[in-house]
Design a protein around this ligand. Structure first.
Ligand code: E4P
Length: 218
């Protein structure tokens, strides 16, 4: 499963990229607005930090012509950019056209497998299935991810299923169990993946035993 960072904060991307395990980055208009810098400069800097990564950047028009114009503009900035388009009738029509033009797409705001079917049929590169926002209203958000993975595999669609709106490490574990191709998570969740009290305690004991024995490397 690929791991993306879900942020518009270039500093976070830089810090997470240092781990050497990051496959890409997802942004959305809220995250870009929160980061407080220009859209294009932010996306291009993320592309530089992750030269092998897939970087999602979202359109903001809601009509097909506007989305197409913005998508072509955004895609022209860098070859690693994946254009994010919302799951609406105009969005699906846009994705169909972009697919035919060879532009990679990430269909966002997908909550059900029936919505995911529309994205898959339009040739979406990624289908962003939101989990946390569904859990927030007392429903099982990961169920749609599992159903979408099964649908994509059963019918041989090319789309990759991306578990989005991830809130905590348990969502990553559940995304693995659901067979998601990608999970995107905020920096705090990625950092939490490292942590285990037995890792901390174990490391402390190894180092203290080593020091007490007066050992050294080399
Ligand atoms: C996906 O790419 C979205 O940017 C993101 O995961 C939404 O997460 P949220 O529900 O925490 O805003």
């Amino acid at each position: 499963m690929k791991l993306f960072i879900d942020t518009g904060d270039v500093g976070e991307v830089r810090r997470a990229a240092e781990w050497g395990i990051l496959d890409g980055c997802t942004t959305n208009p809220s995250l870009i607005a929160k980061a407080g810098r220009g859209f294009k400069e932010t996306v291009l800097e993320i592309c530089e930090i992750l030269p092998e990564g897939e970087i999602s950047a979202e359109v903001v028009s809601t009509d097909r012509e506007g989305m197409l114009r913005e998508a072509r503009e955004i895609a022209s900035w860098h070859p690693n950019i994946v254009v994010k388009v919302p799951l609406t009738p105009a969005g699906v029509a846009t994705v169909r056209r972009l697919t035919d033009e060879g532009i990679k797409t990430n269909v966002t705001l997908v909550f059900t497998v029936s919505q995911a079917l529309l994205a898959a049929k339009a040739g979406a590169t990624f289908i962003s299935n939101f989990v946390g926002r569904v859990d927030d209203v007392s429903t099982d958000g990961m169920a749609a991810v599992a159903e979408t993975v099964a649908m994509v595999e059963r019918y041989g669609f090319d789309s990759q299923v991306l578990a989005a709106s991830v809130r905590h490490p348990r969502h990553i574990v559940e995304a693995l169990a659901a067979g998601a191709h990608i999970a995107t998570a905020p920096m705090a969740v990625l950092e939490a993946l490292f942590r285990h009290p037995l890792t901390d305690a174990g490391l402390e004991r190894f180092l203290s035993d080593w020091r007490k024995a007066g050992l050294s490397i080399g």
